[in-house]
Design a protein around this ligand. Structure first.
Ligand code: 6PG
Length: 482
């Protein structure tokens, strides 16, 4: 009984996290469903470390100190439930099962309840940062049974990324599914950030006719501005990367995007909670449109549009794109935070919004200088209702607005798709509009279905119906909000 923690699942993330824990002085016992992988790992990547191999679940559990901590890094879904069932007979009250995969938060809510009903504790944690992050320091977002936190805190905070002052990018997020919810929103924001960068890239490539090397220079310069972030940095490097024939690899990659579900789950949750995360929605749909490759190729031959060439001054227009990206990014994060606020209320989680920005500040895929500003905004005003109202971000949008509008308008005139830039701008203009056309919408609903409406000259909560045609009856439809 010597290992501090067990880890099940020796795929890329699992192996790297084990080595990271080992580096920090923890003894890790490992197991994998395909058992031969355990020995492979011990004889190769983990050679010379203190890592212990187990060839069965009972052996794995027998190697652990009490309370036992068993972390799974397996594919989200059925595999997690299967391992919980395999583990339960060998664990005892107070032991802790940890799921570090990208699980759906509703599954984590259910599993926390189930594992707690057996007298054990459960942690569902987001782990972000890919292979490199897992090895050198990921962002870790744990939720689940609060009583488990003191038992995992030391290991998690030791192996996580640190911000400049040494603060770990890992803190307790909240009960049951809170950690996985926050990780899900992280991934969705990742979708948004990536889509914004891709739209900027298409404007440069197709509108301004820039080469990958020229775009590499542009992203390198942008990474020294407010946009300084991991995703801009890797974009810079991707654009400079040459294939074996010395031509840019980027030009040879098929334009159909994959997705593993976290973006889609976030949009589903936003629909259920009634929160407009329009930019993320567009980012998910943009991947779906990209996947319709054959249909697009056929349509391209038939559906005509204007010339894509943008004749504006290149330097000036590039600065407009940069400003558009920055302003849209602010809207995207504002929307992501609106969603987390609504989820916290609905699922009764006490989320620390500044703390979440700090966890995302380092280690994870969306890490950026920008997140430091979000942390400051919530530190100054923990009750901040919307990021767009924070003085710093309000000013940033004010300064970038002309450029942002110019980019969206130019893209529309040139037939270049900018779904995320445009969605962000439309949201901004809707959000700051105190008189939207929904009065007409309510009139239409009342006209065809007697759904009733409220009046501007009467108190809220009183509902009226008009017999618009003179042929309708007096019966009105019930009022309720979906
Ligand atoms: C991370 C990543 C990671 C994974 C994404 C990819 O935070 O380290 O987000 O979780 O790479 O889930 O998601 P898609 O396959 O849906 O793009």
């Amino acid at each position: 009984m010597q290992a501090d923690i067990a880890l099940i699942g020796l795929a890329v993330m699992g192996q790297n996290l084990v080595l990271n824990m080992n580096d920090h002085g923890f003894t890790v016992a490992v197991f994998n469903r395909t058992v031969s992988k355990v020995d492979d790992f011990l004889n190769n990547e983990a050679k010379g470390t203190k890592v212990l191999g187990a060839h069965s679940i009972p052996e794995l559990v027998s190697l652990l100190k009490r309370p036992r901590r068993v972390m799974m890094l397996v594919k989200a879904g059925a595999a997690v439930d299967e391992f919980i069932e395999l583990l339960l007979p060998h664990l005892e009250a107070g032991d802790i099962i940890i799921d570090g995969g990208n699980s759906l938060f509703e599954d984590t809510i259910r599993r926390t309840k189930y594992v707690e009903s057996k007298g054990l504790l459960y942690v569902g944690t987001g782990v972000s940062g890919g292979e490199e992050g897992a090895r050198r320091g990921p962002s870790i977002m744990p939720g689940g049974s609060p009583a488990a936190w003191p038992h995992v805190k030391e290991i998690f905070q030791a192996v996580s990324a640190k911000v400049e002052d040494g603060t770990p990018c890992c803190d307790w997020v909240g009960e049951n599914g809170a950690g996985h919810y926050v990780k899900m929103v992280h991934n969705a924001i990742e979708y948004g950030d990536m889509q914004l960068i891709c739209e900027a890239y298409q404007l440069m490539r197709d509108g301004l006719g820039m080469t990958p090397d020229e775009m590499h220079e542009t992203f390198a310069a942008w990474n020294k501005t407010e946009l300084d972030s991991y995703l801009i940095e890797i974009t810079r490097d991707i654009l400079a990367y040459k294939d074996t024939d010395n031509l840019p690899l980027i030009d040879k990659i098929l334009d159909t995007a994959g997705q593993k579900g976290t973006g889609k789950w976030t949009v589903i949750s936003s629909q259920e909670l009634g929160i407009p995360i329009t930019l993320i929605g567009e980012a998910v749909y943009a991947r779906c449109v990209s996947a319709m490759k054959e249909e697009r190729v056929a349509a391209a031959k038939k559906l005509k549009g204007p010339s894509k060439k943008i004749s504006a001054d290149r330097v000036k227009f590039l600065e407009d794109i940069r400003q558009a990206l920055y302003a849209s990014k602010i809207v995207s994060y504002a929307q992501g935070y609106m969603l987390m606020r609504a989820a916290a209320q609905h699922y009764v989680w006490n989320l620390n919004y500044g703390g979440i920005a700090l966890m995302w500040r380092g280690g994870c895929i969306i890490r950026s200088v920008f997140l430091g500003k979000i942390k400051e905004a919530f530190e100054k005003n923990p009750a901040l209702a919307n990021l767009l109202l924070d003085p710093f971000f309000k000013q940033a949008i004010k300064e970038g607005q002309r450029s942002w509008r110019n980019v969206v308008a130019t893209a529309a005139k040139k037939g270049l798709p900018v779904p995320a830039f445009a969605a962000a701008l439309s949201f901004y203009d809707s959000f700051r509009n105190d008189r939207l056309p929904a009065n007409l919408l309510q009139a239409q609903r009342d006209y065809f279905g007697a759904h009733t409406y409220e009046r501007i000259d009467q108190p809220r909560g009183q509902f009226f119906h008009t017999n618009w045609t003179g042929r309708g009856g007096k019966t009105v439809s019930g009022t309720y909000l979906a």
